[in-house]
Design a binder for this molecule. Structure first.
Ligand SMILES: Nc1nc2c(ncn2[C@@H]2O[C@H](COP(=O)(O)OP(=O)(O)OP(=O)(O)O)[C@@H](O)[C@H]2O)c(=O)[nH]1
Ligand SMILES: [Mg+2]
Length: 445
């Protein structure tokens, strides 16, 4: 699931990242592509419209257009809004003061209720809980058998009765059984229908009335696309859901259901099923799914790192200096330190689209070595020399080389590189400007 969407979005961001400074037109075009990709993934059109409006509003703001890395800022916004669409924070099961916690599973026929009830029981068992499974689906004797078999396999107790018993009675009796067994959770499997009908809803309302569940979880098949979204709305209207479990997320559907269901129904996704096996089950993390869809976990980590290290204010001060060409070796040193605290350059470069080319031009470790050398040379200068490198004549160069354990030729090289850089900056301040040292690397300095 999500492969096609993920690839399309990556392409949009790749183009955006290659641009440098962005105009409103660039952003509009990128968002148009994002909108198309989402619609093709079968995301509900209202969700798409809302999503792109939110991203657009935030993207054309000053902080993006004038930021150090506008494309990355937009990716960050898309990521955040995607998380908001999928549901903020992680939804866990409701905590109860007095066990057992009662969980009612509802859903259409074949959505995966019985399998998921067993998966949830195993999940709880793994966290040291004592769940009790309840076979309240008495429409088919085979349904009871299915749950009993699963329970045996997982070594989780299953409460069952003669299928002639009304499901609301089975539900009531199961609560006393749970008390007896000191169960931590009661997970009640109910009967599904092919379509939502009055009979099923009435039965579910009755069972719910008896159980007074802490959780009413709707199990929906993610492969059914927008139908799943409608089903969630209908169930929520009748039995008031507390959470959703999306099953068959391992399928090759386009993923539209998963991306729309929370926003449209207002009900949080709590778990996902990712296979037929009993352990193919996970708590739902909106942030993880979002970064998987964006295929950009690395870039996001990079942005966070960069934000921490290069604080905006300092960067702006620096830019002013660059503009007035008063950027000196002290500022240069500051930038080097910022880069160093961010980790190995090669690794950082790999994270940034467009920078990997430069990184591949340099053998491993070379950049770090050079950085260290450059840093020790600058550190051997007096503050006066750093602020005004023009005063560094022959004897000062020899002193600096001795002090930093380098050769005079190294000092010469650094000074001439710095001079070139200053020239470049003066040029740049009239036209296109590398915004920071990372930008200079990008442009091949
Ligand atoms: N691939 C995959 N298959 C799943 C998943 N969850 C359930 N299934 C399969 O879906 C089918 C239906 O699952 P059940 O648990 O019997 O569905 P149900 O909702 O209890 O069905 P009824 O009791 O008939 O209403 C089974 O073949 C399951 O193995 C999942 O996450 N991934
Ligand atoms: Mg079933």
């Amino acid at each position: 699931m999500f492969e096609v969407l993920s690839e399309k979005l990556s392409n949009v961001f790749r183009v955006l990242s290659s641009r440098g400074k962005l105009t409103e037109k660039d952003i509009d075009e990128a968002l148009r592509q994002v909108r198309l990709a989402l619609l093709e993934a079968d995301v509900n059109f209202k969700v798409v419209k809302d999503f792109t409006t939110r991203v657009k509003e935030r993207s054309i703001g000053k902080e993006v257009m004038e930021s150090l890395t506008p494309a990355q800022q937009i990716i960050k916004i898309v990521n955040e809004e995607l998380i908001a669409t999928l549901g903020d924070g992680q939804s866990s099961l409701a905590a109860v003061s007095q066990p057992p916690s009662v969980i009612m599973m509802v859903g259409l026929q074949g959505s995966g209720k019985t399998t998921t009830a067993a998966k949830l029981a195993l999940h709880l068992k793994h966290t040291g809980q004592r769940p009790l499974l309840v076979a309240a689906d008495n429409r088919r004797p085979a349904a009871i058998e299915q749950l009993v078999t699963l329970g045996r396999q997982l070594e989780v107790p299953v409460y069952q009765e003669d299928p002639k018993t009304a499901s609301k009675d089975i539900a009531a009796h199961s609560l006393s059984e749970a008390k007896k067994q000191a169960s931590s959770h009661v997970i009640v499997d109910t009967a599904g229908r092919l379509h939502i009908d009055e009979e099923m809803m009435k039965e579910l309302e009755q069972v719910k009335g008896v159980l007074k569940p802490h959780e009413v979880l709707l199990v929906v098949d993610a492969m059914t696309g927008q139908d799943a979204v409608r089903v969630a709305e209908d169930f929520n209207a009748r039995v008031k859901l507390t959470g959703l479990i999306l099953t068959k997320m391992d399928g090759d559907a386009r993923g539209g259901a998963a991306l729309s269901i929370r926003w449209v129904s207002g009900v949080p996704i709590k778990f996902i099923g990712i296979g037929e096996k009993v352990d193919a089950f996970e708590a739902f993390h909106p942030d993880r799914l979002a970064s998987r869809i964006l295929g950009m976990g690395d870039v996001l980590t990079f942005i966070e790192k960069a934000e921490k290290t290069l604080d905006e204010k300092k960067a702006q001060e620096l830019q002013k200096k660059i503009k007035t060409a008063s950027f000196n070796l002290e500022d240069f040193l500051e930038q080097l330190k910022a880069i160093k605290t961010m980790g190995p350059i090669a690794q950082l470069a790999d994270m940034l689209p467009g920078m990997s080319k430069i990184a591949s031009r340099l053998p491993d470790g070379v950049q770090e070595e050079q950085l260290k050398k450059v840093e020790s040379i600058i550190l051997s200068m007096t503050p006066q020399e750093r602020q005004n490198p023009n005063i560094i004549g022959g004897s000062r160069r020899r002193r600096i080389a001795n002090g930093s354990g380098t050769r005079t030729s190294d000092v010469n090289q650094l000074l001439s590189q710095f001079q070139q850089m200053q020239k470049f900056m003066k040029m740049g301040s009239r036209g296109k400007l590398p915004r920071n040292i990372m930008g200079m690397f990008k442009q091949g300095i």
